[in-house]
Design a protein around this ligand. Sequence first.
Ligand code: ADP
Ligand code: MG
Length: 245
Amino acid sequence: MLLEASEVSKAFGNFWAVAGADLNVEEGEIVGLIGPNGAGKSTFFNCLAGDMAPTDGRIVFDGVDLTRASPEAHARAGIGRTFQVPATFEDMSVLDNVTVGAFLRHPHRGDARERARRVVELTGLRGEQSARSLGTPGRKRLEIARVLAMQPRLLLLDEALAGLTPMEVREAITLVRRIHETGVTIVIVEHIMEVIMTLTRRVLVFNQGHVIARGTPEEVVADEAVIEAYLGRGTRSHSRERGNP
Ligand code: ADP
Ligand code: MG
């Protein structure tokens, strides 16, 4: 088992954004993580990547307890994550942005540069382009490239394909496949079901900080609790809007 996250919880004041979530990931898997907005998916990723310390629970990666380790320690151990809002240096070129990530494993500038070049090529970006001039698909790719440059063994993708056109989504799916083929294990948070259906064989569904369903993509989309989580919430707010003034 590459990742063993057990009973992970995260409280903000007395609100539990994540409430006892378990996730085990075997080396080589692509696991999907879905759920309505506010379900706690990004907060769970924050805990897994060390950006936040969980309030409770345990996170073991490759046999090492990282529960309260720093984000740097997580990155060094091999957990990489993309952010929903990309962490881009706007005034720098694509290659320079990716080189920043590559310094994690390569203290010598030349080596970092070389690693960054290879990652930029893999992601289909142009290194000399300024980050500022990138459109949405370029930004999404750059965010992935920045993390890949750190040579993660486990890549956490947080809505890395959101905002893309259907054609761009298909290209991005190809990119994720290619990354997976280089030996990277992946957990992917994504609202676009085509992405989940195409890339994953195992899915967890989050709602209100809990895992409410697990199974194949086909199983979870047919699950009553999942349908209620997605539709029930919208229906309730809808009826509230139409109900009492
Ligand atoms: P998701 O990624 O599934 O949409 P999030 O993990 O972003 O959900 O958020 C889960 C819940 O936790 C939301 O209600 C959100 O408002 C709340 N939340 C997230 N981050 C913080 C924070 N830093 N402080 C307080 N509440 C937060
Ligand atoms: Mg989120």
